[in-house]
Design a protein around this ligand. Structure first.
Ligand SMILES: Cc1cc2nc3c(=O)[nH]c(=O)nc-3n(C[C@H](O)[C@H](O)[C@H](O)COP(=O)(O)OP(=O)(O)OC[C@H]3O[C@@H](n4cnc5c(N)ncnc54)[C@H](O)[C@@H]3O)c2cc1C
Ligand SMILES: *[C@@H]1O[C@H](CO)[C@@H](O)[C@H](O)[C@H]1NC(C)=O
Ligand SMILES: *[C@@H]1O[C@H](CO)[C@@H](O)[C@H](O)[C@H]1NC(C)=O
Ligand SMILES: *[C@@H]1O[C@H](CO)[C@@H](O)[C@H](O)[C@H]1NC(C)=O
Ligand SMILES: *[C@@H]1O[C@H](CO)[C@@H](O)[C@H](O)[C@H]1NC(C)=O
Ligand SMILES: *[C@@H]1O[C@H](CO)[C@@H](O)[C@H](O)[C@H]1NC(C)=O
Ligand SMILES: *[C@@H]1O[C@H](CO)[C@@H](O)[C@H](O)[C@H]1NC(C)=O
Ligand SMILES: *[C@@H]1O[C@H](CO)[C@@H](O)[C@H](O)[C@H]1NC(C)=O
Ligand SMILES: *[C@@H]1O[C@H](CO)[C@@H](O)[C@H](O)[C@H]1NC(C)=O
Ligand SMILES: *[C@@H]1O[C@H](CO)[C@@H](O)[C@H](O)[C@H]1NC(C)=O
Length: 622
């Protein structure tokens, strides 16, 4: 017994010691000597009045010379890249032209991590301006468009500090790209220097962490901000713990996910992504590398947890809670409104009575309340598929066994049976939450267009408002949108964490985040400005009744309409003014900028279009 536990102890000490500890190399004053462009902010007094109207742009006299860029590269020890768009390999006029590489983009690239490892690619193509689309026989030439001019492939805080100092001192637009999942153009920008955080990896298990100035004591993990969900899960298997993370395995949990809020199937049980964070390491606009926790730099600790990515600094790493291993049992079924009824009961019955279908739809969504109250997550999709209308349902219950989950959903199935929707015991799948697997590759697309709404419990539980909300949801589906519901209740109690966070407070009383996807409505790859405007107006028209039925609600900024009206209120709620003032205090230079982040209304991208802002123009003060 004794020798066995000694072996275990040694094994765990050993694995903690050898496992990639994030590289902590920092920039010192000494490093900056003799090269003013990389000096810290305190070495160059700031005069707000003498700030140029626009950021420098390639070709401008103020744009750094090749020589200066190569000096920056020397300071970075070679981590500066000047990447062409990935599809440049398909363009015969590009210096990068390579038919084999081009073929790869149409074959295996989407099944690999190629696009995540690429320094400029982002998943939503439209904000880039589509100046170098993937094509086997492209017309025209490939140009940089909204892709950055230079990229720092960061693996240390020092790399990030150098990028931030250089961009600030030389008045260059700075952007941050991690995995590129953001669909609103917040990870891209013409004429910019990009901090590519994807390779800020590292994972360190902290079995007995005590939070400074907080009240958390227990298992935690220090994670690099570039870690993707699938990589984090590989570690949680190893250490027999659970970290909450986005349901999509390729999202970056510690970049955009935590800075925008971060929901997951464990949200009713453990709160949002922001609630996992016990401490952050961050490079701020003045070039400092700081620790933010409830005791130090509390303003940053507040703002970086939900107040928007790419705004207050570059997160290098986070210390997050490690929960006990948690199984997730999933009960899933569909029902279909079609013209040919199916025979008997099944987990996918087709019915023909539309009134019945929509009563069933409402019944399922009403079941969101019992689900969240039991610590669960209800995932639904209402959509048209050909001539049919489909309701897809997954009841996801963390910590419940298959038998418990079956008993739990039975009242809903009985209710549906009574209505005439013969759903039987659904498929129950139990997995260790972290053991979920799926493809880790993908490829960019012209871009989904969606709008979000957070439903306050008070509205959801009011029969009149609920009926109005369901009518609004039905209208979306009948007009060809996918209505995607995620019921969860990330209350302060579930958060179990008294530190206030910058995330929209509306989340705390919400019982559903719903998205309406305009898959069938618009192709942002080819749409004209007029078509974009029309699509936006159409979506807004359908959102109006949903908003009216959810008074006091908001929207989830990470999965929302980039042209959301009154976005300050919808995305940040009552935290907006405080977030904006933290932004102004921490970044009076406007080093960081991304659309719909606090304070971003002070700037605009030239030639961006009037509705959805493309990022392939120069950034100027309004
Ligand atoms: C297929 C898909 C599934 C999704 N599933 C979920 C889900 O289950 N739950 C959920 O909550 N959200 C989900 N999202 C939304 C997702 O959380 C956001 O897109 C999020 O912003 C992605 O963050 P990222 O760092 O991976 O991506 P990026 O696009 O690289 O970054 C997003 C934003 O954060 C900024 N940023 C990135 N890293 C840092 C950093 N280190 N410091 C400061 N700023 C940084 C970027 O500049 C950008 O503004 C999903 C999105 C997609 C496309
Ligand atoms: C930076 O230096 C490295 C190594 O010397 C080199 O490979 C790379 O091409 C340089 N980057 C730029 C933009 O010149
Ligand atoms: C490129 O590869 C494709 C597919 O293999 C082939 O059909 C085409 O002829 C090649 N083009 C050139 C210019 O080599
Ligand atoms: C593409 O992927 C398939 C299946 O994973 C593999 O068999 C094949 O060798 C790959 N081809 C290339 C060119 O990488
Ligand atoms: C494309 O590039 C080629 C070679 O650089 C140039 O001759 C041509 O004019 C360009 N075409 C367009 C449409 O810009
Ligand atoms: C970026 O850095 C990572 C880690 O060092 C490396 O694996 C990767 O190849 C680099 N990317 C480029 C394009 O140089
Ligand atoms: C994992 O942790 C749980 C509780 O936290 C414990 O009961 C279990 O024995 C552990 N399993 C392993 C393989 O260490
Ligand atoms: C998770 O489910 C599996 C399979 O049902 C079971 O063997 C295991 O004990 C469960 N683990 C926990 C932590 O509940
Ligand atoms: C429908 O049900 C009847 C009676 O139970 C059965 O005989 C028939 O095979 C079923 N048809 C289909 C298509 O399942
Ligand atoms: C459809 O269902 C509703 C509600 O149960 C019922 O009132 C109506 O008569 C049904 N319509 C048809 C055509 O069966």
């Amino acid at each position: 017994m004794q020798s066995q536990s000694l072996t275990l102890l040694l094994t765990s000490l050993f694995s903690c010691a050898v496992w990639a500890h994030p590289d902590e190399t920092e920039l010192t004053d000494k490093d900056t000597q003799g090269f003013a462009s990389i000096g810290f902010a305190n070495t160059a007094p700031f005069e707000k009045t003498s700030q140029p109207k626009c950021k420098a742009f390639p070709g401008d006299p103020s744009w750094p010379s090749e020589l200066e860029w190569s000096r920056l590269n020397e300071s970075l020890r070679g981590a500066l890249l000047k990447p062409l768009p990935p599809a440049s390999v398909c363009y015969p006029t590009s210096p990068n032209f390579n038919n084999v590489s081009c073929n790869f983009l149409f074959t295996n690239a989407s099944r690999s991590t190629f696009y995540f490892d690429d320094p400029v690619s982002v998943l939503a193509e439209w904000p880039q301006g589509l100046t170098c689309p993937r094509s086997r026989n492209p017309a025209g030439n490939c140009t940089q468009g909204g892709f950055p001019e230079y990229v720092v492939n960061a693996t240390t805080p020092k790399h990030v500090q150098l990028a931030v100092n250089f961009a600030r001192n030389k008045n260059i637009r700075l952007i941050i790209k991690n995995t590129g999942h953001d669909t609103s153009g917040r990870n891209i920008g013409a004429g910019s220097l990009s901090v590519f955080t994807h390779f800020l990896k590292g994972f360190e298990f902290l079995p007995n962490y005590k939070q400074p100035g907080g009240n958390y004591r227990g298992p935690a993990a220090r994670v690099g901000s570039g870690l993707q969900v699938w990589e984090a899960f590989r570690e949680t298997e190893r250490y027999n713990v659970t970290l909450t993370a986005a349901s999509c395995l390729t999202v970056g949990s510690y970049g955009g996910w935590i800075s925008g809020g971060g929901h997951s199937p464990l949200s009713s049980k453990y709160g949002l992504g922001v609630d996992q964070v016990l401490e952050l390491k961050v490079v701020t606009a003045d070039g400092s590398y700081l620790t933010a926790n409830p005791k130090q730099n509390e303003d940053l600790f507040f703002a970086l947890r939900g107040g928007g990515g790419s705004t207050y600094g570059v997160i290098i790493s986070a210390i997050v809670k490690a929960h006990p291993p948690t199984n997730l049992t999933i009960a899933s079924f569909n029902f279909v409104l079609g013209s040919t009824p199916s025979n008997g009961s099944s987990s996918n019955p087709t019915i023909t009575n539309s009134t019945t279908f929509w009563l069933g739809f409402n019944e399922v969504l009403a079941f969101g309340i019992p689900v969240v109250d039991a610590g669960g997550y209800l995932w639904t999709n209402g959509l048209q598929q050909g001539q049919q209308t489909v309701m897809q349902v997954q009841v996801q219950m963390p910590g419940k066994s298959p038998a418990e989950t079956a008993a739990f959903v039975q009242p809903l199935l009985d209710e549906l049976q009574n209505l005439g929707i013969p759903v039987v015991i659904p498929i129950l799948m139990t997995t260790l939450y972290s053991a979920q697997t799926g493809a880790i590759g993908t490829s960019p697309g012209s871009g989904i267009y969606l709008a979000s709404r957070l439903f306050p419990r008070k509205a959801y539980e009011d029969p009149t408002l609920f009926a109005a909300a369901m009518a609004a949801a039905r209208a979306f589906v009948e007009e060809g949108y996918t209505f995607h519901g995620l019921n969860m209740a990330p209350t302060l109690k579930a958060a179990g964490f008294p530190a206030p966070a910058g995330v929209n407070p509306v989340w705390r009383d919400s019982v559903m985040h719903a998205d309406a996807f305009a898959f069938s409505q618009i192709n942002l790859g080819t749409a004209t400005d007029e078509q974009v405007l029309a699509a936006h107006e159409r979506m807004n028209r359908l959102m109006e009744p949903l908003k009216a039925a959810t008074p006091g609600g908001g929207a989830y900024l990470n999965e929302a309409d980039p042209a959301e009206p009154d976005w300050q209120q919808s995305f940040y709620g009552t935290n907006y003014e405080r977030l904006k003032s933290i932004k102004q205090q921490r970044d009076p230079w406007g080093v960081f900028w991304a659309p719909t982040t606090p304070g971003s209304e002070a700037w605009k991208v030239e030639g961006a279009g009037d509705v959805l802002w493309r990022q392939n123009g120069r950034l100027c003060r309004v």
